[in-house]
Design a protein around this ligand. Structure first.
Ligand code: ZN
Length: 285
């Protein structure tokens, strides 16, 4: 439903109020950009040290030591992935999709960073390569790798469809974390958070501003690569929506696995890399 409400009077200066020019909420000029030259030199030396396959409609965890890279790779067919990231040594520090969106944009690509929640608020990962970087925004306003969606979950599914489905991304991420930590799924659930929607093509409809999805442009061989700014624990779900062209939260869509690859570069090339500390602000009583 549009916020426009015909039942309230329109003020005489409505047009003038609407014509006020917007300003960017968080000007990024004050945000020190990562030195991509250093990352490029490090990338040139990196060697694969690990690999995890995420089965279709399931989730898997993976670890990435600070200073390493990881890739989420499309294999076999177009598939969307829902990504959670935690500080590997402290689950209370985790990816903050809302602030990442506010600092960068609705969709992220090379050079953007994935920020952690308050009070840490520091870059957890820096996107170092995106083979879908050519996509930009299409005629519908759609882009890839969004930080506007949340993750498909069984509660919303029950709300909207009345049915129960146990392989939503939320469920997959909960199961993966619970298995990794050896804890009950109910204990894992509060740690699961809003995701980076890897490879998903989304936007807001022009007329009603509703969240939309369309078939992902990802093809086997495409990858999104990130540099770990801190020791990371990741969890990735191969969304039951497959390429998210039609539906999710069901077994209807064709789904494919996703692959996560871990790479170690020549660490001496990162001697000058400013690995981030937690945010220094101290909350006052
Ligand atoms: Zn999903």
């Amino acid at each position: 439903m549009s916020p426009f409400n015909a039942n309230v009077p329109v003020p005489a200066d409505a047009a003038a109020r609407r014509a006020v020019k917007p300003v960017v909420c968080y000007p990024v000029e004050s945000l020190k950009a990562p030195d991509m030259g250093i990352l490029e030199r490090a990338r040139a030396t990196m060697e694969k040290v690990g690999e995890v396959i995420v089965p279709p409609r399931e989730g898997s965890t993976f670890e990435v030591p600070k200073g390493h890279f990881f890739r989420i790779v499309s294999v076999e067919g177009p598939q969307v992935g829902d990504l959670n990231l935690w500080n590997a040594n402290d689950l209370s520090e985790r990816f903050f999709s809302g602030k990442t969106r506010a600092l960068h944009a609705t969709h992220v690509t090379t050079g953007n960073r994935l920020w952690s929640n308050l009070p840490s608020l520091r870059p957890m990962a820096t996107i170092s390569h995106d083979t879908l970087g050519w996509y930009g925004f299409d005629e519908f306003g759609g882009g890839v790798h969004d930080v506007i969606g949340t993750r498909c979950d069984p509660y919303t599914n029950r709300l909207l469809s009345g049915g129960d489905y146990h392989h939503c991304c939320h469920s997959n991420l909960c199961r993966a974390l619970s298995q990794y930590k050896g804890i009950d799924i109910k204990a894992a659930e509060p740690h699961v958070h809003d995701v980076l929607n890897v490879f998903m093509c989304t936007g807001f409809t022009r007329d009603t501003q509703q969240y939309f999805m369309k078939a992902s442009p990802v093809r086997p061989g495409d990858f999104l690569e990130m540099f770990a700014e801190i020791d990371l624990l990741g969890a990735l779900s191969a969304c039951p929506g497959g390429d998210c062209s039609t539906s999710h939260s069901s077994d209807a869509a064709k789904c494919y696995p996703l692959k996560v690859e871990i790479y170690r570069p020549d660490m001496s090339l990162l001697a000058d890399w400013p690995f981030p500390e937690r945010n220094g602000y101290q909350l006052q009583v």
